[in-house]
Write a protein that binds this ligand. Sequence first.
Ligand code: PLP
Length: 390
Amino acid sequence: MAPVSRRNFLKSTGMATLPALVATPVFAAGTGYRQSPKASAVIKFYGDGEMFEPADYLNILQQVQTAAPIARDTYGSGGVVEALEKKFAELTGKEKAIYMPSGTMANQLAIAVLSGENTKVFVQDTSHFYRDEADASQSVFQKRLMPLAKDEPFFTAQQLQKAIETIPSEEVFKTGVGAVSIENPVRRANGKMVPVDELRTISAYCRTNNIKLHLDGARIFLASGWSGITVKEYASLFDTVYISLYKYFGAAGGAVLCGDKAVIDKMPHLIKVHGGSMYGNWANTAMALHRLEGFENRLQNTITRANEVFAALNKLPGITIKPLPGGTNIYSLELSAKTNGKKMRDTLNTAYNIRIGGLNEYNQGFLSVNETLLNQDSAYIINAFKKSME
Ligand SMILES: Cc1ncc(COP(=O)(O)O)c(C=O)c1O
């Protein structure tokens, strides 16, 4: 079977226009949005961060190189890869961190090591781990994924405890619970978060029962920005944490996995065995390290700007922008029936370099907040919407 890109899949199924599903940058793809002008002038109300075009990527890396020569790695050892790993270990408060070529690999290897010979792994039904990793856990790592909370963003500690405690009465042959994986925030739930108190209760339960806990924190910096809970505090509740390098740190790909030294030291061999040991990794890690610098401040400024802009836009007739309950950077957008959404979208793009995702038949859509909001001041953005709705 030909490989299916997630973007093409969403487009071909029409899922891209369903508000209940994922707000991804799918609309950007066939619209010419990504071509011009320069990234520095554009505001994109989709995606979690800057996804640089090659020319911009190369320019940024050139600037980084000019400021201080980038130290290359060899098979992930030394140079800028090591510097990035140290930085993430510090940020998460974990003993060690390791760079990996993908988040999928980080998730899979973390669970494989944490669960050892035990086969049962509890996951959210809506998680990337359960739905979007091509059944790697089942087919490659011989784990049995046990999904909880069908179609919901998260499961509660009580649901987890009940599921674990009822196993002996429901199954004859005893197999151990290996680990629990939690995604936060949850991509398939439009960036909704698992409440931190729930995470604390789950963590305490797992620790008491000697069950290992993994965080798919691809976007944990977004959860931190919107909840005010530090990345370190989130990480302290888990044994291992994976963070993406390309969702909002600008890299072309890559991931870091952080945890105890004993766990992380097992990874280089496993990465090699699974074909992920790449000769040079400096281009991804140099970009991520550069963009990590000052990221949390920029994110706070972004949130402040979004609040300012949305408060002003909500005073205009015919437009309503609301945060999602328990959400992060994805907001719902609704236009009155009288507003021509397509025209507004086109004008925002052509006259103001502001790009928004598509709207459904009810004139509803999403606005994703990311660093590109800092490319113009609030007055510019507010005026652009006002004029585009006229
Ligand atoms: C929550 C979550 N976890 C894991 C991944 C996998 O990351 P990668 O694309 O680097 O394999 C993604 C990517 O979309 C994700 O959204």
